[in-house]
Design a protein around this ligand. Structure first.
Ligand SMILES: [Fe+2]
Length: 343
């Protein structure tokens, strides 16, 4: 009898141990964590039984961590902004191909890695903000990115530094569209037009336009969404109300579009759970949640952006350059900006 109890106890321990090691989970490294996302993770767990473990941090820090952990990383998924960042992980062979048809069919070609190593979960557009009291409609209407190098903007333009991946990707897209030579000439013109030395993030460029330090700024649309929402305080909301925006390139290649995206790590311990999680991020419900919280654009065209962003217009022409080109031409773009003196 004593022997039977012992055996029973060992069997019970074995059961608990194996249950724990097979417990369904997915480990997500993300530079895009919002408090409101908790409800999304809980909902996913309720639907699938898969527990979501989140490690959040800055994109660069997480990329560093993934590299340091190497094969031993528990990460299944890496979520970050900018195709340029996703490209860096892809280039080092750290992503695996996403096989789910559901995912590949939902995300357009232009928002996926060359071999489906990553896919976009939201889109962002890099536009021109201007002070309508200092810039006449006629000056700004039908403006293209190339027009920003015109000497008429001398001392009137602000944009963040060339170390910033959003600018690197914009320049890479220009290289893809008009070639290195024309892009370099353009970058030199941009530098001559600076109202100040590049500093701060995109929000700080919009603030510079609002307070009269500059007349125009290059920045992503979701920053004005964030400011107008009141999340950044009443002063920033008031500042944002003084500023207008225009989608550049409407008579040309269209407005520059980048993505926030996700890839599955090569050594992911739970790759099929990871695919399920991406499929979930692409459901209409979660797409709506994403755009209402981040003020980005949805990856699915039938979902409406947040009201705050939609009021600037939803039917603008978008540049169809593949997001993977932003990675492909990244080092060329960095060198080019350096030659142009864009610091
Ligand atoms: Fe951003």
């Amino acid at each position: 009898m004593k022997y039977f109890y012992k055996l029973f106890f060992v069997a019970l321990l074995l059961f608990i141990f194996s249950y724990q090691s097979f417990a369904s989970e997915v480990n997500v490294y993300t530079s895009r964590h919002y408090d409101s996302d908790e409800s999304i993770y809980e909902d996913f767990t309720g639907l699938t039984g898969i527990k979501v473990n989140i490690i959040s941090g800055k994109g660069k820090a997480l990329m560093e961590r993934l590299r340091l952990e190497g094969k031993n990383s528990p990460a299944d998924l890496f979520i970050t902004s900018d195709a340029g960042n996703l490209w860096k992980i892809q280039k080092d062979g750290m992503f695996r191909e996403i096989l789910s048809e559901k995912i590949v069919k939902t995300v357009p070609d232009s928002a996926r890695g060359p071999n489906n190593e990553w896919v976009g979960i939201a889109k962002r557009s890099r536009v021109i903000f201007y002070n309508p009291e200092r810039v006449k409609d006629i000056e700004i209407m039908n403006i293209t990115y190339e027009d920003l190098a015109d000497p008429k903007w001398k001392g009137r333009l602000v944009v963040r530094s060339s170390g910033n991946i959003y600018n690197q990707s914009l320049v890479a897209s220009l290289i893809s569209n008009i070639g290195v030579e024309r892009t370099e000439k353009w970058a030199k013109g941009i530098v001559k037009n600076f109202a100040r030395k590049p500093q701060g993030n995109d929000r700080s460029q919009i603030l510079a336009v609002a307070n009269g330090e500059a007349d125009i700024a290059i920045a992503n649309t979701y920053y004005i969404g964030l400011m107008l929402s009141g999340e950044k305080g009443i002063d920033q909301k008031k500042a944002a109300e003084k500023v207008s925006l225009i989608f550049p390139g409407q008579t040309d290649d269209g407005t520059h579009i980048n993505i926030s995206g996700v890839g599955i790590l090569k050594n992911a311990p739970n790759p099929s759970n990871a695919e399920k999680f991406i499929e979930y991020l692409l459901t209409d419900k979660v797409q709506k949640h994403i755009v209402d919280n981040t003020y980005e654009y949805p990856i699915k065209s039938h979902i409406m952006p947040s009201k705050i962003i939609a009021k600037f217009g939803t039917n603008f022409k978008t540049d169809e350059t593949y997001a993977s080109d932003f990675g492909k031409y990244n080092s060329e773009a960095v060198r080019l900006m350096d030659r142009a003196g864009w610091r």
